[in-house]
Ligand binder design. Structure first.
Ligand code: WT7
Length: 648
């Protein structure tokens, strides 16, 4: 029904935007037919090079040989592009507006100040032995020092691995071990919604679990809370920066040298270290930031993500700063001190562009219009959404209530792996349909295939793949290139497998239908069902666990866990609570199961494979449509699961 709704591009936007419909057609065509010409021009225009590249695209998705290189013989540096080159023209312009959890605390950091702080931080890293190619783990709250830390790594060619501050010591330990960081950057505590987050204490616990890897911890003093101190290992940033020079020349870095690792969940196994490299990533983040948000000089831009996720990397930091933008960084949560906080911040800093996740919109929708309407929001011009499919009801509310029916909404589909937006409207080009991510960005060739890889033409529904490379895509899984090939290029040889399903309508617009693998999307956070299962079975009373997603009004998807107890242990409400707390502690609050159902038996085939399709249906309370259960080793377990589900 809502599919017939279309919001055309307004005259004002067609006039203002960098890209209008004619330009889009022409540029899109060139980007596909002449990628070398198109991307070569963009890379020369948008980035400063220490040594210019002579080759543009050298990529293959196979079958057989998979390799991805862009601008491979060029030499540049991320900090040069995001900071140094802006100093002449906009040294005194604000680069970062920081808004604290406590509304009385905010800061403005100019490009010149950013330059000095990042340079000093980089010298601290050097003084502690960090060199080009080393990995550095960053476990920080949303404070400016998180940005300085990332840019300091980039300045000296070190590879950062940011771990979201909401992850547990165990999750942090696993990520440290995987990439082998010798140095870790954290802060005493974080602040969220008035509550303290014990970051340094988590680091201490994590480092006990993986000894002899990290030997230096740089600590940012933020709350001033009491922390344990390990002499010789722990160093205060504010003391260290006093001992170093404010000058730190940028280290020349190859276009294909790694910029960062970011761990993300997949269908199986432990989280993968997604590796992004330098020039192609930055180019793609900057170009999408400029065109999708139609960023013009002087605009105030706010992305509410955390730097622990790729959205924070590409669209709080790297894309905006490469464009010389003013980017807002928010430490807090949407509901503190009041449910009007987002809109108060918009008014306080005169934000023009606001980019958030559907889950935030849905949770604010629950409180009604009044907390929004009592604020002005007159500065807002454009809205964005990312992280999960946005339901048309939430889209309409965002459009009408938050944007006063004046601001177009960019529903941006992309992934940690893609570096930047792949399917998205452009404000001067695309008629908007609530719930559709609409059309491909320049250089992106989406296709819909069926289960056996046959490409579907015209209106179709199936699996979303991308037929050719773009500069921002990931290059490998850290330490496991084979896993990279297997995960993304083995399912449909010659194409990048996104893991998402999609439908293309008669206008050629794409509608993302959600993951087709065992990944669930909880409040826009990606979670592997296998990770939650392995946390559950690590509990002393659990014999077996199967985890599936189920529709959740606010979170998009919730986590449903079926748990089989070890013989001799009885189900109880207390144990149910204990198991939720256990997963929270093992992985982090974002992985807490919403529902735990005790299941004496799980539906398995005769070869022992759990039939998740059945578990998903039961979790959704869809008992009629279970499909064929005749191949189950013991079809009777299904009856029992349904009976127990009805009691919950
Ligand atoms: C998965 C990627 C990309 C930054 C945040 C999440 C889902 C993302 C949309 C959207 C429908 C979306 C997909 C994708 N997703 N954006 N606009 N519409 N679904 O990054 O953690 O790597 O998750 O998020 O399922 O595969 P991520």
């Amino acid at each position: 029904m809502s599919e017939s709704l279309v919001y055309p591009v307004s005259g004002e936007w067609a006039h203002r935007a960098f890209i209008d419909a004619d330009k889009y057609q022409a540029l899109y065509k060139r980007s596909i037919n002449d990628p070398d010409g198109f991307w070569g021009d963009e890379a020369r225009r948008r980035l400063d090079w220490i040594k210019p590249f002579t080759k543009v695209k050298n990529t293959s998705f196979g079958p057989g040989d998979v390799h991805i290189k862009w601008f491979e013989d060029g030499v540049t540096n991320i900090a040069l592009n995001c900071i140094d080159r802006h100093l002449d023209k906009r040294g005194d312009q604000v680069a970062i507006i920081w808004e604290g959890d406590d509304p009385s605390r905010s800061l403005k950091i100019t490009y010149r100040q950013l330059h000095e702080r990042v340079s000093r931080f980089a010298n601290v890293l050097k003084a502690h032995g960090i060199e080009k190619g080393d990995t550095v783990t960053i476990y920080m709250p949303m404070i400016p020092e998180a940005a300085y830390a990332m840019l300091a790594c980039a300045r000296i060619g070190a590879i950062h691995s940011v771990v979201f501050g909401g992850f547990s010591p165990d999750s942090l330990a696993g990520r440290i071990k995987d990439c082998g960081s010798k140095l870790l950057i954290t802060s005493d505590e974080g602040l969220r919604g008035g509550k303290r987050v014990p970051l340094k204490a988590n680091v201490d616990t994590a480092l006990e679990k993986v000894p002899f890897i990290v030997n230096k911890v740089i600590v940012v003093k933020h709350t001033g809370g009491d922390i344990h101190w390990e002499k010789g290992r722990d160093f205060w940033l504010h003391e260290e920066i006093e001992n170093v020079s404010p000058d730190c020349p940028v280290t020349p870095v190859g276009a294909e040298d790694p910029l960062f690792i970011l761990y993300t969940s997949g269908s199986t196994g432990t989280p993968k270290g997604v590796v992004h490299t330098t020039a192609g990533y930055l180019l793609y983040a900057a170009m999408t930031h400029q065109y999708v948000f139609d960023y013009h000089d002087g605009d105030i831009y706010w992305c509410t993500a955390d730097v622990g996720w790729v959205t924070g990397h590409s669209y709080i930091l790297y894309g905006p700063l490469c464009n010389g933008a003013t980017t807002l960084m928010f430490e807090g949560v949407p509901t503190y001190p009041t449910i009007s906080r987002f809109w108060d911040v918009v008014d306080k800093h005169k934000v023009n562009t606001f980019y958030t996740a559907p889950t935030a919109i849905r949770s604010l929708m629950g409180a009604g219009e009044e907390p929004v309407k009592k604020t002005s929001r007159a500065s807002l011009r454009l809205l964005g959404t990312v992280g999960e499919p946005i339901n048309p009801e939430a889209w309409e509310w965002y459009y009408k209530v938050v944007g006063d029916s004046r601001c177009p909404i960019m529903d941006t589909w992309w992934q940690t792996e893609t570096g930047g937006h792949l399917i998205t409207p452009l404000p001067g080009v695309t008629p908007l349909k609530p719930g559709s991510a609409t059309k491909p960005f320049f250089g992106i060739k989406p296709e819909i295939v069926d289960g056996s890889g046959v490409v579907q033409e015209g209106p179709a529904e199936g699996i979303l793949v991308i037929a050719d490379s773009w500069p921002g895509q990931m290059r490998t899984v850290f330490g496991d290139h084979d896993r990279f090939i297997q995960t993304y290029f083995a399912s449909f040889p010659g194409k990048y497998f996104s893991g998402d399903g999609a439908r293309r309508d008669a206008d050629g617009d794409y509608w993302i239908t959600g993951r087709v693998d065992d990944v669930i999307n909880v409040s826009g956070h990606r979670m592997g069902t296998a990770e939650v299962e392995s946390a559950l079975v690590a509990h002393e009373r659990v014999a077996e666990a199967a985890v599936v997603g189920f529709p959740h009004d606010i979170k998009g998807q919730g986590i449903f866990a079926y748990v089989t107890l070890i013989n001799g242990h009885e189900p109880s409400d207390k144990l149910r609570k204990d198991l939720v707390a256990w997963v929270r502690q093992e992985i982090g609050p974002i992985a807490s199961p919403d529902i735990v159902q005790f299941a004496p038996g799980l539906p398995k085939t005769r070869s022992g494979k759990i039939m998740r399709r059945i578990l998903r249906k039961i979790a959704e309370n869809e008992f009629q449509a279970l499909g064929d259960t005749s191949t189950l080793a013991d079809p009777a377990v299904v009856e029992d699961l349904i009976r127990e589900r009805k009691k919950l």
